[in-house]
Design a protein around this ligand. Structure first.
Ligand SMILES: [Mg+2]
Length: 416
């Protein structure tokens, strides 16, 4: 890459040569991070990267621990991410001082867990990514600390997954699981590709460590966004698979973005409008009509945080364009998300208690930090403009007639 450094040197004549040298070195390092290596093959982790396994594992352990008079602690769910089943069991026995051995715990929860495999959902963007890479002829491997038979059983509930991977490798096929690089090195060997041509996509710290130790490029998709800062060893950290840009790695780009928006499988949520959380959204000129997040913890756990848009039905008023954020509420435990829709219409009054129904049809961007309140407000208004324009596109406009939105009004009319 040609870099013209003349302006830098001419405007900073007092900079000592050694300082300038270190500046250039830092710049080069930053450039390496931003313009990563080109790859041809992709190695995916399964649990927490493609599948929302942790949700099911947490539920199983919660139920099990109640029998022992123990209460589930969310801190343990952070500890178990990316660990082998044996490591999970060891941590649970130790942290809850259970009067049984690790092996006894494993044999007790294994059938409970496998009963739930059919309920493990694909994470946002997982199906899209697999289809995209497969249809573009990109060779993929699946490398998980779970045993191969468990991997195959879990993916059997997801159409087209098994055939999409040329290599599937389980933790029982290597001597040491992640964070050892062994599983990724073995995956590269079986794909017959050089390690420098492999991109690893991982949700856990042990997985990221394993990918880097293998000498591969690594994209981290942390299961707990709050912990994104811990993933500095990854080449890139993204909020969800929806935010992956394969072209940055020399892979074929996604071509489904339309005018700054990504169409998603529509999903629906509704309830009475509640007051916000005292963040002064009206003062910001962004009067959000909040929904009680505690009623929707399951559906919210299935959707990544970020800015979305769609249609909003208010039982006595009509259907309006809407942009909304799903995010982590600092007042709650970090496993709780909030949902804050902004109806893009000037109502001139509050409507707390009124039934609000939402059809969410598209994605705009991940949650982000902003250097100032002004830049945050400007970005939210920009999100609003993007949503308003996009909702006129045929791909999104049809959802305005969704029976889910209309039924709230029919029901309201029947009662009046
Ligand atoms: Mg994982």
């Amino acid at each position: 890459m040609q870099v013209d450094r003349r302006p830098t040197t001419s405007v900073l004549p007092a900079v000592a040569a050694n300082q300038l040298h270190s500046f250039v070195e830092v710049w080069k390092m930053a450039a390496t991070k931003h313009f990563p290596q080109m790859v041809s093959h992709v190695i995916l982790d399964l649990d927490g990267t493609l599948l929302n396994t942790d949700g099911v594992m947490n539920e199983v352990l919660k139920v099990f621990l109640v029998k022992y008079g123990k209460r589930w602690d969310n801190k343990i769910s952070q500890k178990i991410i990316g660990r082998t089943p044996l490591e999970v069991a060891t941590a649970v026995v130790k942290d809850f001082s259970l009067s049984l051995t690790t092996e006894e715990l494993m044999s007790a929860i294994s059938p409970m867990f496998s009963d739930q495999w059919c309920n493990i959902k694909a994470l946002p963007g997982a199906n899209r990514l697999i289809k995209h890479l497969r249809s573009n002829g990109v060779t993929m491997a699946l490398a998980s600390n779970s045993s191969k038979s468990c991997i195959e059983a879990k993916i059997s509930f997801h159409q087209g997954w098994k055939e999409s991977f040329s290599v599937i490798i389980g933790g029982d096929e290597v001597t040491t699981g992640k964070p050892s690089p062994e599983i990724f090195l073995e995956a590269a060997k079986r794909m017959n590709v050089d390690i420098s041509n492999c991109l690893v996509i991982e949700d856990s710290l042990p997985g990221v460590a394993a990918g880097k130790a293998a000498g591969m490029a690594v994209v981290a998709v942390p299961s707990l966004p709050k912990q994104a800062g811990l993933y500095s060893s990854a080449d890139v950290v993204i909020n969800s698979l929806l935010d992956l840009h394969p072209e940055k790695w020399g892979l074929p780009p996604f071509e489904d973005w339309i005018e700054g928006t990504l169409p998603i499988e529509p999903w629906y949520i509704g309830g009475p409008v509640i007051k916000g959380f005292g963040r002064g959204s009206k003062v910001l000129g962004i009067p959000t009509a909040n929904l009680p997040a505690e009623n929707f913890s399951t559906i919210l756990s299935e959707h990544t945080s970020g800015v979305y848009f769609g249609w909003a039905g208010l039982s006595t008023r009509g259907i309006y364009k809407m942009v909304m954020s799903i995010g982590w509420n600092p007042y709650f435990d970090n496993t709780e998300k909030t949902i804050e829709p902004w109806l893009l219409h000037d109502f001139g009054e509050d409507f707390y208690g009124e039934e609000l129904r939402l059809a969410i049809v598209g994605y705009i961007r991940p949650e982000a930090n902003f250097p100032s309140l002004e830049s945050l407000i400007a970005r939210i208004h920009e999100d609003g403009r993007i949503a308003k324009k996009a909702l006129d596109l045929p791909i999104y406009a049809g959802s305005k007639d969704s029976p889910y939105l209309k039924n709230s009004m029919l029901r309201s009319n029947c009662h009046s």
